[in-house]
Design a binder for this molecule. Sequence first.
Ligand code: SF4
Length: 247
Amino acid sequence: MAAEPELIPGISIYCDRWCDRCAFTSRCLQFRIEAEETGRGNALQDFDALNLQFWQEMGEALVQAMRLIREIAASEGIDPEELQKETALSTPPESLQRDARDHPCASAALLYAGMVNEWFAAADELPETGESLLANPPHFLEEPIQVIRHYQYFIYPKLVRAVEGRLSHSVAAESELGIDACGTAKVALIAIDRSLAAWSLLYGEYPALEDNTLSILLHLDRLNRSVEVVFPAARSFLRPGFDAPHP
Ligand code: SF4
């Protein structure tokens, strides 16, 4: 199977393991193996194009999300330059010497996972949400909520792995571990981007939770900047298939 030309070597190394939402199931050996093992078949391949469109739309939502964050920052009197400085201060070089799980980026990702639970618990207290927003979301919020839930616990382990790669390798970013750390950080950044886009779609839908939603948006935005500071080459990392064109 590995010799089949349509398959993209290594595509699953830096993916988000969300096959149901992947636009490359028809080109992924890992997917094919798992589909055979589980007897699931290759039905998802029919959805590759739809999934591509889904993520393109989420990309547009991210642009809106970043605009929203800038507008809110301006109305709250927060200077984006100050946010940048704050990020730089929160990730001094010596922090890389600590255990990866104690790194500020990892701690912030863990904090985010807890903020998500608190938000949904608070949402369930609202009269308009009924019994459970997670169990019975309004149709128009189903997809953003899926995105939030898929990445809620995904970002933290990815960042721990990325930081571990940096720590264990100690310096040269060009080494195999250094490159892997960049690729892993990029996957985490994409998960943060998509979560930001999804939260921006929830913002305004629950006025009583506007402050909580805003806290999450600002927290994710800061985390995004922090990861970019710690892994400056992550954004330009080319993931096989997703970023690097393949015939
Ligand atoms: S590349 Fe896509 S299909 Fe393959 S394992 Fe990752 S998410 Fe699933």
